[in-house]
Design a protein around this ligand. Structure first.
Ligand SMILES: C[S@@+](CC[C@H](N)C(=O)[O-])C[C@H]1O[C@@H](n2cnc3c(N)ncnc32)[C@H](O)[C@@H]1O
Length: 192
């Protein structure tokens, strides 16, 4: 049976699948551009892993990586659950090196080489700046986040975001993903 990675808010299942195809390729481009060995058993954290899509994105590229997905299942992926996420990991045949835990990034501890996240931080409001601090405390070489950056009161929302985290992360690249929307970007951040 096919793996169901769910439906994003404000989207249909078919639209979500189209988004996932684009995001999959863009994350792989991002992985190619950073200096982490794709064959090593690096430790990766996926924040807000939902039903495991972004775990699969990382697992397909980093074929020996040990990947932990965390999610608090707060609802921005329709009808998702820890049980469904774990079933997906099993169906994908990556259970030996990929796990899913119910956890909130704001309470999470550990040490990882790479942290990734897709479509999570924009829903957290100003609490996302606490989440960036948490990511910093996990001591990854890189944090790669795909997200929507709203204009709000700022002329350039990405510059605003980067200015708020400049004591923790330096931007390696900001990738525009106009195929999705002109506010969707992938930030490749290097921990200072
Ligand atoms: C739009 S979904 C994205 C899921 C997955 N990354 C993907 O691309 O398919 C956002 C996910 O982030 C989770 N989330 C939101 N806030 C979180 C937090 N503070 N800690 C952990 N997960 C969180 C939600 O429960 C939801 O499953």
């Amino acid at each position: 049976m096919a793996v169901d990675f769910g439906t994003y808010h404000h989207s249909t299942y078919e639209e979500s699948e189209k988004l996932r195809t684009i995001i999959y390729n863009k994350f792989h481009e991002a992985f190619k551009s950073i200096s982490l060995d794709r064959n090593s058993a690096i430790k990766i954290l996926d924040i807000g892993c939902g039903l495991g899509f972004t775990i699969k994105v990382a697992a397909d590229f980093y074929t020996n990586a040990i990947i932990t997905g965390i999610d608090n299942f707060s609802g921005s992926l329709i009808n998702s659950s820890l049980n469904k996420a774990r079933t997906n990991i099993e169906k994908l045949g990556i259970k030996k090196r990929c796990t899913v835990e119910e956890a909130d990034i704001l309470d999470f501890k550990g040490k990882f080489d790479l942290v990734i996240s897709n479509l999570v931080f924009h829903n957290m409001g100003s609490a996302r700046f606490q989440a960036y601090k948490k990511v910093y405390s996990l001591r990854p070489d890189y944090f790669i986040t795909g997200d929507i950056f709203f204009a709000g009161n700022y002329e350039n929302p990405v510059d605003f975001e980067l200015s708020k985290i400049s004591d923790m992360f330096l931007p390696v690249t900001v990738k525009n993903v106009d195929e999705i929307s002109n506010s969707f970007k992938i930030l490749i951040l290097k921990r200072i």
